[in-house]
Design a protein around this ligand. Structure first.
Ligand code: PLP
Length: 390
């Protein structure tokens, strides 16, 4: 199997599994039972993990709150700020190309009476900070703009958007689930108030994430019960998962510049290889302002879904559109958001790499795509009518 779907989830590293194992067996204590030595051992691991995650993004230990994943962190940030500040205003600003964990949360809040502005992006999927600035009113209580897009990999000018929000006194949340461990993040320098993370996107375990909450930022709790996570999120701590997340993130940011150089080379090898060998194909997203591991294409006259299935049968694991929307016939909201017509958006394919991806795998993939696309086009009535084929 050649796995090129790392934007959907990643394989856990052996070192991460090893770091977690003791917390399933000998050190199984309840991290909140600090009156026992078993609890203290778990608590110690938790505190260390919090410190590790904090230092990976330039935060302080007490600003990291562990969650069940990226979706919960997004939900908590947006609903938490909205509920806490509904006396101050009812307006939220986000973009048209966010992950559904953000978009569906905003739609839920609209039903509760909040107003949401969905700022459009340019043809590369990038948000213009000026558009955010212009959308801010006296009623605005939150801006939520993703750090990097999960489908097309475009990286947003987060620092500029953060500076605008800070100046206007509006809380700024960013979904950094795809960016964390892939590009440098410094929450202080970038004026970020709230930031979402998910461990399984950087070779950590599934079902664990974190929300960075800048000291002083006010938001309601989402989960009520015990006083875990400094009294802000109930439920007995997932110590093993949290330890795994911290280990994975620390390893991801360690030597990032070197790994990025290698990944960008492989990424561009796919992009150039596909665009050169397959006619009627476009690259989605920005050529350079994109995640080092993301490639996304649209192949005209075919369905991305058919291409994905053919590739899967040959052992290449990729994605068409986003995993969350497959199963529905609607094209991806991200591809529509960058202005693609439905018939082109339907032919999308994402191949996303990891530090385990090799040049041999890339070349094998490039060589596989062309003939499959041609076979599918030969069966397509749309392609039949194309004049003067390349
Ligand atoms: C994967 C992803 C999420 C959801 O994270 P989970 O931990 O799977 O809930 C949210 N936002 C983005 C951008 C993602 O890629």
């Amino acid at each position: 199997m050649i796995y090129l779907d790392n934007a959907a989830t990643t394989k856990m590293k052996d070192s991460v599994i090893e770091a977690m194992l003791p917390y399933f067996s000998e050190t199984f204590g309840n991290a909140s039972s600090t009156y026992t030595s078993a609890g203290q051992a778990a608590r110690k691991a938790l505190t260390e993990a919090r410190g590790k995650v904090a230092s990976a993004i330039g935060a302080e230990e007490k600003e990291i709150f562990f969650t069940s994943g990226g979706s919960e962190a997004d939900n908590w940030a947006i609903k938490g700020v909205a509920l806490k500040n509904k006396d101050k205003g009812n307006h939220i600003i986000t973009t048209t190309v966010e992950h559904h964990a953000v978009l569906h949360t905003c739609e839920f809040l609209e039903k509760q009476g909040f107003k949401v502005t969905y700022v459009p992006v340019d043809e590369f999927g990038m948000v213009n900070p000026k558009d955010i600035e212009n959308a801010i009113t006296d009623e605005t209580i939150l801006v939520s703009v993703m750090f990097a897009n999960n489908e097309i990999g475009t990286i947003n000018p987060i620092k500029e958007i953060g500076a605008i929000c800070r100046e206007k006194g509006v809380c700024f949340h960013t979904d950094a689930v795809q960016a964390a461990g892939a590009v440098p993040i410094d929450v202080k320098e970038m004026n970020i108030d709230l930031l979402s993370l998910s461990a399984h996107k950087f070779h950590g375990p599934k079902g664990v994430g974190a929300l960075y909450i800048r000291r002083g930022v006010k938001l309601e709790n989402l989960l009520h019960g015990g006083a875990q996570e400094l009294g802000r999120r109930a439920t007995t701590e997932n110590v093993a998962g949290i330890v795994g997340m911290a280990q994975a993130l620390a390893e991801a940011v360690d030597g990032m510049a070197e790994k990025t150089k290698k990944l960008v080379k492989l990424r561009d090898r796919i992009i150039d290889g596909i665009l050169e060998t397959v006619p009627y194909t476009r690259l989605n997203g920005h050529r350079t302002e994109r995640l080092p591991n993301n490639t996304s294409f649209c192949f005209r006259y075919i369905e991305g879904e058919s291409l994905l299935l053919s590739l899967d049968m040959m052992g290449y694991v990729v994605s068409s559109g986003s995993a969350c929307t497959s199963g529905s016939l609607d094209p991806s909201h991200v591809l529509l958001g960058i202005g693609l017509p439905h018939e082109i958006a339907h032919g999308s394919l994402r191949a996303s790499l990891s530090e385990f991806t090799t040049e041999e795998e890339i070349d094998s993939f490039i060589n596989a795509v062309g003939p499959i696309v041609q076979r599918l086009r030969d069966m397509s009535p749309l392609y039949e009518g194309v004049e003067g084929k390349e």
